[in-house]
Ligand binder design. Sequence first.
Ligand code: 5GP
Ligand code: MG
Ligand code: MG
Length: 180
Amino acid sequence: MEPRTITLHDCQFSTYMYEEEIIARIHMLAEQLEQDYAGKNPLFLAVLNGSFMFTADLMKRINMPCEISFIRMSSYQDMQSTGNVREVLGLTENIEGRDVVVIEDIVDTGHTVNALLQQLNEKQPASIEIITLLMKPECLQHQLDVKYVAKSIPNDFVVGYGLDYNGLGRNLRDIYKIVS
Ligand code: 5GP
Ligand code: MG
Ligand code: MG
């Protein structure tokens, strides 16, 4: 397929991962989750805004009783992770004793997920795992065990399928990477 190029703000991006590949990988993760959480009624906590599209497509393919709720944890400006991780917002569920699965769009340095796990662990869930659409292993700065990863990618800035560049690009059905 011919790559497509788009411009968002001042930057050019070109297609990197098509919807078909994303959905195929989501299918595999959904099957794995169904096996791992059989009989358990897990609570999925999706981290907004970036994970909204991934969450919808993943949840449609999970065939078991489960709960879904949404939290926020904003920490990112432009293309560089600031490391200024803020607190968890919007958690209304009591997670004590629950099997929690955090749904992320992308794990880069790991600052966000690390802080999130610290705060959630204080509330004594039975278990916590992370599922992420994308992961940049080269950038990871924390000892994190990310159990479910749709795809590991190099250290390139990507947009689309929920991920934004200064507010734009979240609606794109494919994932694009910055043209260097
Ligand atoms: P971390 O705390 O792991 O460094 O960064 C996690 C957050 O940074 C993600 O939830 C996402 O919002 C943002 N982020 C990291 N890498 C990228 C990227 O390549 N593209 C976009 N759009 N956001 C990213
Ligand atoms: Mg995120
Ligand atoms: Mg962002």
